[in-house]
Ligand binder design. Sequence first.
Ligand code: PNS
Length: 172
Amino acid sequence: MRVAVYPGSFDPITLGHVDVLRRSLGVFDRVVVAVLVNPKKAPMLDVGARVDAIIAGVAEALPDLADRVDVRPFAGLTVDACRELGARFVVRGLRAVSDFEAELQMAHMNYRLAPEIDTIFFMTALEYGYLSSSLVREIVRFGGDPTGMVPPSVADRLVSAAAAEEAPVGVP
Ligand code: PNS
């Protein structure tokens, strides 16, 4: 059985991530979406909320494939998470050439740390090439509509999370 780990912050999962996940399921039997717990960053959705949003979003957007997807949090190194899960592949998406440099560096570093694990890249569909979690967060924080950028149930969760945040300092 070919197992891959798709690591990321997923704050929130976007339709671009969903597209990469769908493509990876054409190659791998099982894909574990590994959600990074990063103590240095204050996420919009905490890790439990991100995991729940991914489970709901994948069930909604990829109903026929969802049974081959696991979602779990991880802390520490991606390669250690892969070893723990028995995965020999890391999946990452490339939206544009601008992603390439950082991704190449990470892939080389992961290979150096764990040469038995390879990184496989999938090119995100052109229609989602402009999407990023950080832009989606910004849009929602300023009252914009994330419909068509994230799965519908994720949009609802984001709008609630943004409403629960404190208003930006300095706004009268
Ligand atoms: O969604 P992101 O923020 O682009 O994902 C980045 C991620 C989680 C894949 C990367 O930061 C990562 O692998 N972090 C875990 C720590 C680690 O393994 N660092 C070395 C990578 S070279």
